[in-house]
Design a protein around this ligand. Structure first.
Ligand SMILES: *[C@@H]1O[C@H](CO)[C@@H](O)[C@H](O)[C@H]1NC(C)=O
Length: 168
């Protein structure tokens, strides 16, 4: 009798324990693969701050491009403060921000139209627009007053490209 009780207790315990372990495993898998879109991005902290827990890559990519549009508009205003009398590169940066904005608006359309190839090339084009601005200063041996701003913009663009790669 006592032995039987012992056996059934063990079986119940084992069954409960394996259900618990299975749930744990699922929970961990969920955190790594499903719920946190950012864990494999190049800039996970930046990515998380941009998408704020969104789990749908499509919506997340859209959010990131919208942020990038806002930040590019801010960068354009910011660079205007330095004035083209300070450096001829300021004008180049303003043009490249305008070009980036065009490319980013196109990107939003590409995303809606499920055109991954065009999304990638338009977002990559925006990314190189930010580089054009920095290269302009480098070529003249001037230090860029918008170096950090451009790095941030490039990292946001990189995050958008990564999130889009998760859309199926
Ligand atoms: C941007 O996307 C459009 C389609 O909307 C495509 O025709 C164009 O080639 C893309 N631009 C670049 C720079 O890749």
């Amino acid at each position: 009798m006592a032995f039987k009780h012992y056996v059934s207790f063990s079986l119940v315990f084992l069954a409960t324990a394996s259900i618990f372990l299975a749930n744990e495993a699922q929970a961990h898998a969920g955190v790594n693969n499903n719920n946190d879109l950012c864990c494999k991005s190049d800039y996970p902290a930046l990515c998380r701050s941009l998408i704020k827990g969104q789990t749908n890559p499509f919506g997340a990519a859209q959010t990131v491009v919208n942020h990038l549009i806002m930040e590019t508009q801010r960068a354009k205003k910011h660079v205007a403060r330095f004035g083209s009398s300070q450096s001829q590169v300021i004008g180049i940066c303003q043009d490249s921000y305008d070009d980036a904005l065009d490319n980013l608006h196109t990107c939003l359309g590409n995303l809606k139209g499920n055109d991954k190839g065009s999304f990638n090339s338009n977002l990559s084009a925006a990314l190189s627009d930010f580089e054009v601005c920095n290269d302009g200063f480098n070529e003249l041996g001037e230090s860029s007053p918008v170096k950090d701003v451009n790095s941030l913009l490039e990292n946001i663009a990189d995050t958008g490209l990564y999130l889009e790669s998760l859309v199926h």
